[in-house]
Design a binder for this molecule. Sequence first.
Ligand code: CTP
Ligand code: MN
Ligand code: MN
Length: 506
Amino acid sequence: MVPLKRRKVPSSASSDSSPDVACKFPQVVLFLLERKMGSSRRTFLTDLCRKKGFRVNETFSESVTHVISEKNKGDDVRRWLRSQGHDLTIAHLVDIGWLTDSLRAGHPVDILEGHKLHTTDYTQSTHKLTSSGGEVTTRSIPAYACQRRTTLSNRNTIFTDALLLLAENAELSGDDGRGLAFRRGAAVLKALPEAVTDMRRLRGCPCLGEHSLRVIQDILETGVSREVESTKQSERYQAMKVLTGIFGVGLKTADQWFRDGIQNIHQLRHSGRTLNRAQQAGLAHYDDLMQPITKAEADVIANIVEEAVQAELPGSQVTLVGGFRRGNPSGHDVDFLITHPQEGREEGVIAKVVSRLEAQDFLLYQKTTRNSYMKSNDGPARPASSMDHFERCLCIFRLTTGEQHEPKACTQAPGEDSEGRASKRAVRVDLVVSPFSQVAFALLGWTGSKLFERELRRWATREKNMSLSSHALYDNKQGRYLKAATEEEIFAHLSLDYIPPSDRNT
Ligand code: CTP
Ligand code: MN
Ligand code: MN
């Protein structure tokens, strides 16, 4: 949030101000740029502002705090100010949207990302010349990933793969900030409707820092990024990727093992390390868990889970969430959200479902965590974190492919391959239980992608002064929780256009 500048304001009403209406906000002095706005609209808006108690100056001077323009690019407004001999740092340059929001609110509102004038205007289509002399149209790219639609069709995988590898490497080195910067850059490229063939296409795009741009330029010029290639070859990157890829192994453990000379699965197996229960399961099923899960396999698991939940708590609602809800054809696990319309009935359902699945011999591993969420009347104490507190179960399923849940028209016995052997595999499954009153938040929080979730929370905090979690939305200004029964209502509370799950693939 940009704080409003406070400056000395002449105590007597300036000759610019309307003499008959009291100025309610003496620390704010507006100047409306006539360029493109036109003089009659400018007069109309000036009168309106003054009626609402805003101070408006007819001419630009040092006392102006906000320069308001309409349909202007930031560059053009700056050039105009400079041509008038003014310093660019003295006032906020804002779009007309800030003024209409302020008039509606009845007071000067905080300057949000969407109110600022950008160097290059990407709120409207602009036209640029390409090297071949043809025109390319650049379109709107808002700064937050949750303001954009990102489908699975990505025209820039050559660049996004590179940036995501560097993100992964940064995170494996404990540098989450840098990782996030690369992820945001990659997300912008994913949202572009066409393949990038020219660096000039990226001018004015948000979230692409110097480093990301250098990587893209390398690839455009030589086909590869040297930095990415050398990262891929790096011993530490390779080892850390393998070790953290084991279910139950986090960054700290992997780092310790690497420093002790363990670089791969084989070395770990023969190292004599004591592994916890999760890590033992992760190692035992390593090859299976590395195999992507297909949508067909996810559907088989969905049938098993649905059957078990309905048997233990009839009337429950089971929803496939995570990547499969976003339309991904494959995933690293299968995520389910469970709730019951009668609040309270959902409590303890996981334990019953797990016992049932265990008796049916479906579970190779499970760890259940109880619900620890406490709603406080004073709102969330800390900024809403990415961790939630639902009752949940991380498990590994034994999936028998070609089994009775998906009958096949062949002579093969269920669960056997063509040579009569059972074809079984291990699959990671997450079960989460939400009270019915929180289910819209849980659904939004567990659908992902992870970056989309982060961006939603960042938007809520920075642009709306709200705290969003997978449990609730708290409005810090009003000092209360905002209710929502659907994802659409949450987007509306956040003043965001609704983005369906298939377009959250940031
Ligand atoms: N999630 C969460 N808390 C966790 C783990 C996951 O809130 N402790 C959320 C993530 O933010 C994400 C969703 O659950 O929105 C799914 O996470 P995950 O299964 O890791 O990723 P997917 O998007 O489903 O991708 P994949 O196909 O790789 O599983
Ligand atoms: Mn998942
Ligand atoms: Mn998951």
